[in-house]
Design a protein around this ligand. Structure first.
Ligand SMILES: NC(=O)c1ccc[n+]([C@@H]2O[C@H](COP(=O)([O-])OP(=O)(O)OC[C@H]3O[C@@H](n4cnc5c(N)ncnc54)[C@H](OP(=O)(O)O)[C@@H]3O)[C@@H](O)[C@H]2O)c1
Length: 345
């Protein structure tokens, strides 16, 4: 008989919420490990994916299990797996075509995971992979921030913002960030130098000569970023529109590259007018970079910020809360009530 597991499943795009039901446990390939998921985090991409918002980049077969990152325990290893063994505590962000962490088990490539930071609980560890990798790839890999440079981070109290501020601080940047006034103490404690209340002040009216903007909002916030960046500076967006260069690098068909170029023509014009560059980032899973983050966490340089921890059975409320757009840090799902996992402190 096929072994089953509980998973949060959608049967069609735009289904109002997932349904928790039994599905077959995944099989593993030679380079995979099977993980018993202890905790998973909610990310805005979950709802975007459910609603078909990423269909220009990715199409999912239905039914589909939701969820992108996790912390858990290795329960089985494929025949080519050499870096992990049964019983290892790990964390990871799965490949975009292999999502499904809102479940009791997931099969994941050994290259997409790393050992869980030893000083974090499973609940804390699940708060890192997707937002930590995204922020590291934007601020370190693309911007290559050097000490003393100035970076503006939009949404400093969100899942991304809390990680991005800490990474920018570690890299030695002077950091401005938007959040609401109630979160000023939080963002300062993470390393922000200049918090700006987005409810009362437009950042573009008070900032100038920035080296970089990390845009997490898109739209007018993204076009306003060009007003504060120096010539030669960089704007990296994770919420704007993908441009033609991104389409080429991502390997989408030519017609999509042209479509991306067309919808981002105003941003291309702003690039020419200001001498700043625009990069759209779609983050990539990376066990190697998760290992770097593990070292920074164990050295007390980075720490997770958690809004709330809820049981798997409350997933729909958790997704709705994330969609409200006002979480402070991460929302974590406990995927097991296994009494031997004393992991939720
Ligand atoms: N392309 C990629 O690879 C990628 C990867 C990760 C995330 N993303 C995208 O990045 C975006 C941010 O993700 P997230 O996880 O940080 O979201 P989030 O956790 O839901 O962000 C919530 C935070 O945003 C703040 N906020 C709300 N309105 C704001 C405004 N107008 N200006 C500044 N801050 C505001 C809220 O602050 P208050 O509570 O004070 O209102 C809250 O703390 C999402 O759209 C997500 O899909 C893309």
């Amino acid at each position: 008989m096929t072994a089953t597991m509980k998973a949060a499943v959608i049967d069609r795009y735009k289904q109002p919420m997932p349904v928790i039901k039994p599905v077959p446990r995944p099989n593993i390939g030679p380079n995979d490990v099977l993980i018993k998921i202890v905790t998973a985090s909610i990310n805005p991409i979950d709802i975007k994916t459910k609603d078909g918002g990423l269909r220009m980049l990715l199409k999912y077969k239905m039914p589909m299990i939701m969820g992108s990152d996790f912390a858990g325990i290795v329960t089985k290893t494929g025949s080519f797996v050499s870096d992990f063994k049964v019983g290892d505590a790990v964390y990871g962000r799965v490949q975009k075509n292999r999502i499904g962490t809102f479940a009791e088990y997931i099969a994941v490539g050994q290259g997409d995971i790393a050992k869980k930071p030893a000083n974090l609980t499973f609940a804390q560890a699940a708060a890192i992979p997707l937002v930590g990798l995204t922020s590291y790839q934007a601020l370190h890999d693309i911007m290559d921030i050097q000490p003393g440079q100035k970076v503006m981070i939009q949404g400093g109290s969100g899942g991304i913002g809390v990680m991005a501020i800490q990474i920018a601080h570690y890299l030695g940047a002077y950091i401005a960030t938007t959040t609401s006034k109630d979160n000023f103490d939080l963002v300062r404690s993470l390393g922000a130098d200049y918090p700006i209340d987005f409810r009362t002040t437009n950042f573009a009216d008070v900032l100038s000569d920035y080296d970089y903007v990390f845009d997490t909002r898109g739209g007018k916030t993204l076009s306003d970023a060009f007003k504060i960046v120096k010539p030669g500076g960089k704007i990296v967006s994770i919420s704007g529109l993908p441009n033609a260069r991104f389409g080429r690098e991502y390997g989408v068909p030519l017609w999509k590259q042209l479509a991306f170029g067309f919808v981002t023509r105003d941003l291309t014009k702003l690039e020419k007018q200001t001498g700043a560059s625009y990069t759209f980032l779609f983050m990539k899973p990376s066990g190697v970079e998760l290992e770097t983050l593990r070292q920074l966490i164990e050295a007390d340089i980075l720490k997770p910020v958690i809004d709330r921890i809820v049981p798997f059975s409350a997933i729909n409320e958790a997704l709705a809360y994330s969609a409200s757009g006002h979480a402070t840090g991460k929302i974590i799902l406990k995927m097991t009530d296994d009494p031997e996992s004393k992991v939720f402190s």
